[in-house]
Design a protein around this ligand. Structure first.
Ligand code: KIV
Ligand code: ZN
Length: 389
């Protein structure tokens, strides 16, 4: 397969792994709306659902396949022919379909989930890929719980499924267990020891149980993976999946990594709000990139530095992710520089001693009020005028 060696394929699984969050289930029309936004955003692959899981999920994959033109449409299956038949049927309208099939790869899963043996699981993996390949050219294989799998067995599994026709091999850290250097080393090992690895793309799929999903995904990319599986706002099972906006902005910010995507980052804020409201899943205010405080400066030291040069405290421009603008929040921790900035915005040009007086009044008010708005500032200035006259 020919592809730009520095291009990172963005595989969005908001509508599959993301939608597995309890209480976040979407209707087919809602999923189509998100899928269209993902297409505008420029993702390469949309995982549209797990068709055998329910008639609604099946229908969503059918309708998304009709509604979306550019991204590859992917459907999830377990490693069995029944699941694959249903996924093939659901993908019948997709311009570029992909089947995502797979099975557990750790001894934990082999023994306690499948009550099976390594040999039997390997045979099932190969059979699933060969079977899916009869219907669809693009087959992604996931080695579930690869984060805890024996590396030599994982390498054998990866080599066998590529020989059977897999075009993408997904190495999920299903339980969010790995440290970044462990996960990165796993990817490097596969890259260096699987003899047919050049025939497939390695994909990273990380969960956030220890808060390391983004770090692990980046470590995987630095070690040779070229596809990243992620969700908008990082939603997903338990503590979530890798957040797309974080990975993409890391690659955009650290040009030295020499890895790029085709994502229109200016659409992030809008799609984040859409996903959050449709899934009834609020975004934490301090969420990197798109949280409501991501570009809010509130302490005096930061505000002063920011007002002198925004790059003192901003490594990303808010407009680059579609965020309305940076804000200078007035609280009891704010300094004179921030107060002056807001007063001038309202048309008050005070000299040094006038500013000092208003600042004292401001601090008294701010100690008892969480945030100070324009109305408060107008009142403070008029109080000072009253005091003077
Ligand atoms: O986390 C995981 O292992 C998965 C697979 C189904 C790809 O979501
Ligand atoms: Zn997952």
């Amino acid at each position: 397969m020919l592809h730009d060696p520095n291009h990172i394929y963005i595989f969005d699984t908001t509508l599959r792994d993301g939608e597995q969050v309890p209480g976040c289930q979407l209707t087919t029309p809602e999923k189509i709306e998100i899928a269209r936004e993902l297409e505008n955003l420029g993702v390469d692959i949309i995982e549209a659902g797990f068709p055998i899981s329910s008639p609604g999920d099946f229908q969503s994959v059918v309708e998304i396949s009709k509604a979306v033109q550019h991204p590859t449409i992917c459907a999830l299956t377990r490693a069995n022919r029944g699941d694959i038949d249903v996924a093939v049927d659901a993908l019948r309208y997709a311009k570029t379909p992909r089947i995502h099939t797979g099975i557990g790869s750790s001894d934990m899963h082999i023994k306690y989930k499948f009550n099976s043996t390594r040999e039997e699981i390997l045979a099932r993996a190969v059979d699933a890929v060969k079977y899916a390949k009869r219907f669809v050219e693009d087959i992604e294989f996931y080695a579930e719980d690869a984060g805890r799998a024996d590396i030599q067995y994982l390498a054998l599994m990866v080599e066998s499924v590529i020989a059977a026709g897999a075009t993408v091999v997904n190495i999920p850290d299903t339980n969010g267990y790995c440290l970044p250097d462990q996960y990165g080393s796993k990817i490097r090992y596969l890259k260096e020891n699987v003899k047919n690895i050049d025939k497939a793309i390695i994909s990273v799929h990380c969960h956030n149980d220890l808060g390391l999903a983004t770090a692990n995904s980046i470590a995987g990319l630095q070690n040779g993976a070229r596809q990243v599986e992620c969700t908008i706002n990082g939603i997903g099972e338990r503590a979530g999946n890798t957040s797309m906006e974080e990975v993409v902005m890391i690659l955009k910010t650290h040009l030295g990594l020499n890895l790029s995507t085709t994502i229109n980052t200016r659409n992030f804020y809008e799609i984040s709000n859409m996903v959050s409201s449709q899934m009834r899943m609020p975004v934490q205010p301090n969420k990197a990139i798109i949280g409501s405080n991501a570009f809010a400066h509130s302490s005096g030291i930061h505000q002063d530095g920011f007002l002198k040069n925004r790059e003192n405290y901003e490594i990303i421009k808010p407009e680059d992710v579609g965020f309305p603008s940076a804000t200078i929040v007035l609280t009891a921790r704010s300094g004179r520089h921030a107060l002056k900035f807001h007063l001038e915005r309202l048309g008050y040009n005070l000299d040094k001693s006038e500013l000092n007086e208003v600042y004292q009044l401001f601090l008294t008010l701010a100690d008892g009020k969480l945030d100070i708005n324009d109305e408060d500032l107008n009142l403070l200035v008029s109080q000072r005028l009253v005091k003077q006259s």
